[in-house]
Design a protein around this ligand. Structure first.
Ligand code: GAP
Length: 643
């Protein structure tokens, strides 16, 4: 429904100029624009409505609470209640299983949140991990400058204001100010806002000075909520600061990590040594990260404390692959490239990880159609990245494109980062981050001289580019790059890396949005009633099975039900519920997203015939179908379904 409404937005003109007098055509355009705006507002309010219902359910069922709620909350921080905590554990468990336990080529790590501050100098976070911030000159509300929607209209500029009353004679403010108003809006609105601005600056009855107008298109310099001019954007570092030990001095200053990745790079050599891995191989980690976001928003989507699931997958530089295999395999086309091969270069490894990650999301219930594979444009790439693919999920609050389709918001980024990270830690720590590759050492002498020269030169050029970009003096950079090229010929290089980096909380939110469904189901008497059902994939559902004795006051039913609960409990999260009518109990579990209900009834006790003794009713949340299952077959049946 929302999509169809959205499709009607297609004709919305984007940059409409403001003209005080409208010609016939202009008037028509304006009416059309207003209609489109009304439709857009309807779509947006439906979207907000849906999001509001999801947020309400999260609170009602205890998935997510505001942190420190009893003290009025703290912006950008969230707590997970009982089913939310289970959901997050299941997400992390599914990721860990997929990324390391079921693979031979990935090892796990669990590193500290606070690390040596030099790590963040090497990674670039200390100097460049910043967002542009701007404030509304009227309300002081803070925005991320790069997230302001471009607006068009007429800007009313003022040079200042003086007090218009005898009592305030002489009071004046010479601060320039401006207000943007949408085409067609009355100019008096701009003046009213401007008067408020000057009142805040001590001019009680402002008479505005030097009014003039300017048509602007796609400007991000004005507050989208009230049109007020914003301050010039300034850079704001997103890392949280703290001090190690009792003295709050510069030398004791440390950062809370803004990503888990850097610990992986810092521990690369240790893990390599103890895990007996060879390139290509990966190290993965799940853990907390902290970012002092300027504008936390969209529920948990942009939080200040969150969890990441990151893999750093180390690969040979393409020159080493070519020396060993005689060529470098590149992607043959879209889709999964299959099992890893020794001749893969960075591009095919990158594609492999994008496809692996998409498969993961599908395996936990996010349909492919809800995901978008977004290839960053060259101008969007970080300076060290060769390619980055963002996997987006179409959240209800995502923006819509001109066709009215949800565009999606980032769930995960998969970046090909070259050898930037390990090289940086090598430079900053003075410790070698290179590896010795026996196959390369053996392959090199067998190469033709021209090939040796070509590969050496390519490698030298790449290293020189990196060192130059990092500000190494030219002579140093050249000497170092020559040394690196000579090392390559001896089988040594700094590994390159592919980094799939995902957020636990964003994924939890995507799964909550995806699961949320309102439909009709029969009540006890067969009358249809509306229900909210969370259609979680059984693999990540917080509780896998709910166990119900049909009646609470029949001790035989209750003790059998407890027996079933105890049978399942060591293997999965089970919820036991004996309170209320059975229909109500089903509804409660539907809303909690429990995929299976197990009811112990009189058949279980053998009262309806010996052949039904020790059988239970197994109800499927989504189909609402019920089947009779032998108690001793229940565990294998459910285990298979939740795997
Ligand atoms: N090491 C690379 C890195 O950290 P990122 O794109 O900044 O890359 C990776 O973050 C993922 O972490 C994002 O795709 C998102 O899922 C999650 N994430 C980042 N900032 C977040 C925030 N403020 N709140 C919740 N999740 C966040």
């Amino acid at each position: 429904m929302r999509l169809r409404l959205g499709a009607r937005l297609r004709g919305e003109p984007k940059n409409v100029e403001c003209t005080p007098k409208l010609s016939g055509n202009r008037r028509l355009l304006d009416i059309r624009r207003l209609l489109n705006k009304a439709v857009a507002l309807m779509v947006e309010s439906k979207t907000n409505d849906l999001m509001e219902r999801i947020v309400a359910l999260c609170k009602r069922r205890g998935f997510i609470f505001q942190s420190s709620e009893i003290y009025g909350g703290i912006n950008g921080f969230w707590d997970y209640g009982p089913p939310g905590a289970e959901l997050k554990r299941n997400i992390k468990e599914a990721w860990w299983q997929t990324m390391t336990r079921r693979r031979d080529d990935v090892a796990g790590l669990d590193a500290t949140i606070i690390m040596h501050p030099r790590i963040w100098e090497a990674s670039g976070h200390a100097t460049t991990f910043a967002d542009p911030m701007t404030d509304c000159l009227l309300t002081k509300k803070r925005f991320r400058a790069d997230q302001i929607d471009p607006q068009s209209g007429v800007v009313y500029h003022f040079d200042g204001a003086k007090d218009a009353t005898p009592a305030g004679a002489g009071k004046q403010c010479a601060d320039p100010y401006a207000v943007l108003i949408a085409p067609g809006k009355h100019p008096e609105y701009a003046r009213k806002v401007a008067r408020q601005f000057y009142q805040q600056r001590g001019v009680a009855n402002p008479e505005l000075l030097g009014e003039r107008t300017e048509n602007v298109e796609n400007s991000t310099r004005y507050n989208p909520e009230n049109g007020s001019l914003l301050t010039e954007p300034r850079q704001f570092n997103l890392m949280f600061k703290t001090y190690v030990g009792p003295v709050e001095s510069a030398e004791n200053m440390a950062w809370l990590r803004p990503e888990t990745a850097q610990a992986i790079f810092a521990q690369f050599k240790n893990v390599l040594e103890v895990s007996r891995q060879k390139i290509p191989f990966g190290i993965c980690q799940i853990g907390k990260a902290f970012r002092n976001e300027i504008n936390p928003r969209n529920f948990t989507f942009r939080s200040r404390e969150f969890e990441q699931m990151e893999l750093e997958f180390f690969i040979r530089p393409d020159e080493a692959v070519e020396a060993i295999c005689g060529h470098v395999a590149k992607p043959a086309g879209p889709g999964h490239p299959g099992a890893p091969q020794p001749d893969w270069g960075w591009q095919i490894w990158h594609q492999y990880w994008v496809e692996e990650r998409l498969r993961f999301y599908e395996s936990i219930g996010l349909p492919r159609a809800s995901l978008v594979e977004y290839w960053q444009k060259p101008e969007e790439l970080a300076h060290y990245a060769r390619a980055t693919v963002d996997i987006l999920y179409k959240f209800p609050f995502s923006k819509r494109d001109e066709k009215g389709e949800l565009t999606g918001e980032e769930l995960e980024g998969i970046a090909a980062r070259g050898d930037f990270d390990l090289s940086q830690h090598q430079r900053f720590s003075g410790k070698g981050m290179g590896v010795y590759d026996e196959e390369l050492k053996l392959a090199w002498p067998r190469l033709a001289e021209a090939k040796k020269a070509e590969l050496s030169n390519r490698y030298y050029e790449a290293r020189l580019r990196y060192l130059g970009k990092m500000g190494e003096p030219a002579a140093n950079a050249e000497r170092q790059a020559r040394e690196d090229a000579a090392n390559l010929a001896r089988g040594n290089y700094v590994p390159h890396v592919i980094e799939p980096s995902a957020g636990v909380d964003r994924l939890a939110l995507a799964l909550l949005c995806n699961a949320y469904c309102e439909d009709q189901a029969p009540d006890e008497k067969g009358k249809m009633e509306s229900r909210v059902v969370m259609r979680f994939h059984p693999r990540i559902a917080p509780v896998k099975a709910a166990v119900f004795p049909l009646l609470k006051n029949k001790p035989e039913l209750v003790s059998k039900a407890r027996e079933v609960r105890d049978l399942l409990r060591p293997h999965m999260a089970v919820f036991y519920d004996e309170a209320g009518a059975i229909g109500r109990r089903y509804r409660r579990q539907d809303e909690a997203g429990t995929p299976f209900g197990v009811t112990i009834d009189f058949e279980t006790l053998g009262e309806q015939g010996p052949e039904l003794k020790d059988t239970v009713t197994l109800r499927d949340r989504d189909t609402m179908k019920q089947q009779r299952v032998k108690m001793n077959e229940l565990l294998p049946i459910l285990s298979e379904k939740i795997r």
